[in-house]
Ligand binder design. Structure first.
Ligand code: 1CP
Length: 350
């Protein structure tokens, strides 16, 4: 055991830990007053593209809550922009990518040449953040999954039914595979760039894997997630966390993945996930994000439920089962972090 290494990395390797490491998906962002204050002065993409500002926002939740890991502040959609689409964030309407990718020609026009040069502002932010963090706080890099990126690129904006994505999937699946193959190369290069700049763990967010029927998940998302994890495992050995929404049926599809960690969404039974995957993987999750609307007794009870699945064992990273919501009371986040520390220390002392 190397106690000078961060709790997060030790938990991923299932080495002894004195308590369960905690970070929260989307921990930098709108629920924090200091983030909102900075956003009054700078628009979202300017924050992403200015390494000092991206670093500042990354560090805000670390200063306030002392999380065991920082996650690079950026967005998954900087990849489509670097490949040639125009990216805008419209107040209250979310991201817009134009023109949407719908034809073979549109896919051909997307370029992955010079991708890491175009995204050098991310590498600079990572170096900056790493230089400000102590050894105990791990730095997590991230990307969207090929399928999730394809969903935004084809639709052009957030949608409920994914009509254009599903049309391509069922009418011209070979086109979608061309796009996913291109994106897999882009995501792999992008994550390697972040690792070379100082990210010690990388997470792939497969948010929209959830809109695939189970029997198509492997073909359109799982296969590409695994190709990324396999390449990173072979070439650099940096741990990869795969976070795919969609419940147990989707998670089962990742049972043979070369990833080191599986993210467990809030809709999945963590105890069952541990039985099925706990030998092969470390697990991350999975408190229902809306528990943070509840009172202290509910938060305490639900935290204990999650922690008891692992008890004194290593191999667990505490997190929400999806991103934190922007209007949860700050004092509840503070209480959550305290409770995870207090209860997990007690469990690990036994
Ligand atoms: O300030 C603002 O108004 C912008 C809001 C915002 C923020 C804070 C967006 C726009 N992106 C982000 C940062 C972000 N996005 C991070 C930063 C680091 C952290 O976690 O603290 C990360 C990891 C993401 C990842 C992301 N972006 C995902 C995957 C994770 C998930 O929650 O499922 C997705 C789907 C996006 C797309 C996106 N970017 C922004 C918004 C509002 C959305 C969602 C759009 C939709 O509803 O479909």
């Amino acid at each position: 055991m190397n106690a000078s290494e961060s709790l997060l990395l030790r938990a991923i390797r299932k080495e002894a830990v004195e308590r369960t490491p905690i970070w929260i998906m989307r921990q930098a962002g709108r629920y924090l007053p200091e983030y909102r204050a900075l956003r009054e002065k700078h628009d979202f993409l300017t924050v992403c593209k200015t390494p000092e500002l991206a670093a500042e926002v990354t560090l805000q939740p670390i200063r306030r809550f002392g999380f065991d890991a920082a996650i690079l502040f950026s967005d998954i959609l900087v990849i489509p922009e670097a490949m040639g689409q125009t990216l805008e964030f419209l107040e209250d309407h979310g991201p817009k990518l134009s023109p949407p990718v719908r034809t073979a020609k549109d896919i051909e026009n997307l370029t992955i040449q010079d991708l890491t040069e175009k995204l050098d502002f991310v590498a600079q932010a990572v170096r900056h953040i790493r230089s400000e963090l102590d050894d105990q706080t791990a730095l997590i890099g991230f990307s969207g999954s090929p399928f999730t990126l394809a969903a935004y690129m084809i639709e052009g904006k957030p949608t409920r039914h994914f009509k254009f994505l599903k049309t391509m999937l069922y009418a011209q699946p070979e086109l979608l595979h061309q796009l996913l193959t291109k994106l897999t190369a882009a995501v792999t290069a992008y994550l390697k760039m972040q690792i070379e700049a100082g990210a010690q763990v990388v997470q792939v967010f497969d948010t929209w894997g959830s809109v695939l029927p189970v029997h198509l998940f492997e073909e359109f998302s799982g296969k590409y997630l695994n190709a990324i994890a396999a390449e990173i495992r072979q070439s650099i050995q940096t741990p990869v966390i795969l976070f795919s929404m969609g419940g147990m049926d989707h998670l089962i599809q990742l049972a043979d993945s070369p990833a080191h960690v599986l993210g467990v969404d809030w809709n999945t039974d963590l105890a069952q996930a541990k039985k099925l995957f706990g030998d092969e993987f470390a697990l991350q999750g999975n408190l229902d994000p809306t528990v943070l609307y509840g009172d202290r007794s509910a938060i305490g009870r639900e935290v204990e439920r999650v922690l008891q699945v692992f008890g004194a064992e290593s191999g667990h990273i505490f997190n929400l089962g999806h991103g934190i919501l922007h209007d949860v009371p700050l004092e509840n986040v503070e209480f959550l972090v305290e409770e995870v520390r207090r209860l997990s220390e007690r469990l690990h002392r036994k």
